[in-house]
Design a protein around this ligand. Sequence first.
Ligand code: 5GP
Ligand code: ZN
Length: 111
Amino acid sequence: MECVFCKIIEGIIPSEKVYEDENCVIIKDIEPIAPIHYLMIPKKHYAYLEEASVSEAMELSFMLNKIGQLKDELGLGNGYRLIINQGDDAGQTVKHLHIHILAGKKLNWEV
Ligand code: 5GP
Ligand code: ZN
């Protein structure tokens, strides 16, 4: 198993977990780029949106809804941004799909 996020999910690599259910985990990013920077990671390994099975795509939709349900608990109440980097031009470094959750300040908007 070469994937760093699979290792985190297996508990082989330690992480600061803030949420877990049967489908996903939310951990703190090791190199935060905002005061709050979480990663929501599906437990099933796939790198790209188009690789998700129907059930994985449905799980992804439930994961998005879960972020909204957890927003106060996670300190996202003033607003938050979700980012899914896909591929090299987006700077995806870990080829296990994940949702960046950024919050904790007024986020600027530049690419
Ligand atoms: P990507 O660039 O693929 O969209 O995002 C990968 C993210 O994973 C980066 O923000 C990086 O800081 C984070 N990351 C990489 N390795 C680890 C790790 O071992 N633990 C944690 N908590 N985050 C990691
Ligand atoms: Zn993986």
